[in-house]
Design a protein around this ligand. Sequence first.
Ligand code: PRT
Ligand code: ZN
Length: 286
Amino acid sequence: MEKMLSIAIQKSGRLSEKSLDIIRGCGIEFGNDARVLREVADNFPLEFLFVRDDDIPRYVAEGVADIGIVGRNEYDETGLELEIVRDLRFASCRLSIAVPRGSDYKGLKSLEGKRIATSYPRILGNILRDAGVTAEIIVVSGSVEITVQIGVADAIADLVSTGTTLRMNGLEEAECIYRSSAVMIARPGMSIDKKETLHRLLERIDAVMMARKKKYILFNLPKERLDEAASIIGGMKSPTVTPLMDPGWISVQSAVDEERFWSVFESLRAIGAEGILVMNIEKMTE
Ligand code: PRT
Ligand code: ZN
C-alpha cells in the first residue's frame, strides 16, 4: 500500500485530457471517465485526485497528493518549493505584456508607474523587480484582457497562445516575459517505496515522450544511394536495411525526429526514395 502514489490532475480544463493521455500512453488503465474525486488505476499503484489546477501545487506541498500535473505558471505563482520532475511539453503558452494597439512600447521600462493587470502577480512582480521597474500590479482572477478597456489598467500581463484574445480586445502583444508548459511536480521527501513507483512512472513517461518526438520511416531506395540516405536521416544508429527482390533496390527503415521530418522526407525523395511509409511510434527507449 505504501507504494501507492497519488497524482493530482486537473478535473476539467486545458490540461485534463492531455494529462490523462500521457498516463494512458504509459499503459496505465483506469475506469470510467466520470472523474470521480478519487480513482485507483487497475494495473499500476497510482491513485488519481481530480481537482482544480490552482489547488494542485498546494495539495502536493501538503501531501494530499504526491505528484501533480500543472502549468508551470500556476506552480511558479505559488512560490512553493517542490520538485519539477518533468517538463511534459504540452499546453505551452507564454506570459506576455500586452498594451493597447498602437501604443509606443519600448521594453519593460515603458511600464514605469503604470497599472498592470494580471492573474500572476508573483511572476510579474519578480520580473519587474529584476528589470528595476516600479509599477502598480492589479490582481484580477479572470478576464484580464478587458481591464484596459474598462479603465482598470494601462497594460496587462496575461497568458497567450494564439493571440486571438488580445486582438479581439484591442490589445497587442508587446513582449513575452515568461514561458510555460505543463510540468509534473513532486513533493520532496517521499518514502523510498513511493519514489520507486515514481521512478517507474517517469521511465514510462520518458518512453512515451521520446516516441512522440519521432516518426518511423520506411522506404525503398536504389542500393547505391544508401550512404546518402544514412547521412540525411542522421541521428540514432545506422538505419535498418533489408534487401528487396530487385537486386538494385533495398528497403530502409529508421526513426526520424518529428521536427526534421519534412526536410528528411524531401531530401529522401530527391535521392530517389520510393514508397515512403511513415508511422507513429507508440513507445521507444534510448
Ligand atoms: O478550472 P481550473 O481552475 O482547473 O482551470 P483554469 O480555468 O484555471 O485553467 P485552464 O484550464 O484554462 O488552463 C490551465 C493551464 O493551461 C494554464 O495554467 C496554462 O498553464 C495553460 N494554458 C495554455 C493556458 C493557455 N494556453 C491559454 N491560452 N491557459 C490559459 N489561456 C488563456 C489566457 O489566459 C487567455 O485568456 O487563453 C486566452 C488566450 O488564448 P489565445 O489563444 O487567444 O492567445
Ligand atoms: Zn485555475
